[in-house]
Design a protein around this ligand. Structure first.
Ligand code: ZN
Length: 260
């Protein structure tokens, strides 16, 4: 079984090399369909476990922001599911299968439509750049290199599923913490800046949000920081790119007016 899988994996490794939206080489071993199915299943599960906000004002506000972001990048907003989870932690996430979740904690923390657009744009960036798939693939290769056993093989489906969940950034909920790497964070930051600027949200909102997050994290760190490390380097990088994205934002006609 071990040998079978290794032989099986080799051509996959060659076929699975692709390029991210920013031109970085990526190894993607999982099928898009499999990632979407896992994303959908997790999203369904979360909706059963965590109460959903039915507050129409809040839902209109979050929808207004996600619709503008998605339309700006050629996605059909109607094909994306958007839910507000009643959870005080500072968190938001996007999952393959076109799913977006915003916690009420984050909704209340973000001080403007621009700041919330920055968080959601960043999360959409992780999904569209296939970061979950890449993380699962890296973990699979590492596992195979080290022990080539349960994780990758059918006999331990739950282990593999946990790994996929961790790759999706849901590890914390399922007992496996697998933070996004620095390069994934930088890429998602840049994609988020691009999306929000094209949608007419001020990219300065991204800098403000992460600054607020950093000063807020002096006590116990917000949930999102356990999977999305924030630091001064990141805030500097974001600030440095404002000169590129601010003109794109300024040139966008019909700026969004998403109000809560
Ligand atoms: Zn991130």
């Amino acid at each position: 079984m071990k040998i079978y899988f290794s032989l099986f994996l080799l051509p996959l490794l060659i076929l699975a090399c692709t390029t991210s939206p920013t031109g970085r080489n990526q190894l993607l071993l999982m099928g898009n369909r499999q990632m979407s199915d896992m994303g959908d299943q997790s999203f369904e599960q979360m909706q059963k476990e965590v109460p959903i906000s039915r507050n129409s004002k809040d839902n209109r506000y979050v929808r207004c922001i996600t619709d503008r972001l998605l339309s700006a990048i050629g996605e059909n907003p109607r094909s994306w599911k958007v839910r507000i989870f009643q959870d005080k932690s500072l968190n938001a996430f996007a999952l393959p299968g076109k799913n977006i979740g915003v916690h009420t904690g984050m909704l209340n923390f973000a001080q403007s439509q621009h700041q919330l657009a920055a968080v959601i744009g960043h999360e959409i960036g992780h999904v569209l750049a296939n970061h979950g798939n890449e993380r699962v693939s890296q973990a699979l290769v590492t596992q195979l290199g080290l022990q080539a056993t349960e994780v990758a093989l059918g006999s331990e489906r739950s282990e593999k599923n946990n790994l996929i969940l961790a790759g999706l950034g849901l590890g914390a909920q399922f007992g496996v913490l697998l933070p996004f790497s620095r390069k994934h964070e930088s890429e998602a930051d840049l994609l988020g800046l691009e999306y929000m600027s094209k949608a007419g949200f001020n990219p300065r909102g991204a800098v403000e949000l992460w600054q607020n997050m950093a000063s807020n994290s002096k006590g116990s760190p917000p949930e999102i920081l356990s999977t999305h490390p924030a630091n001064s380097t990141r805030i500097r990088n974001l600030s440095r790119h404002l000169s590129k994205y601010t003109p794109i934002y300024q040139a966008t006609p019909n700026k969004p007016q998403c109000l809560r």
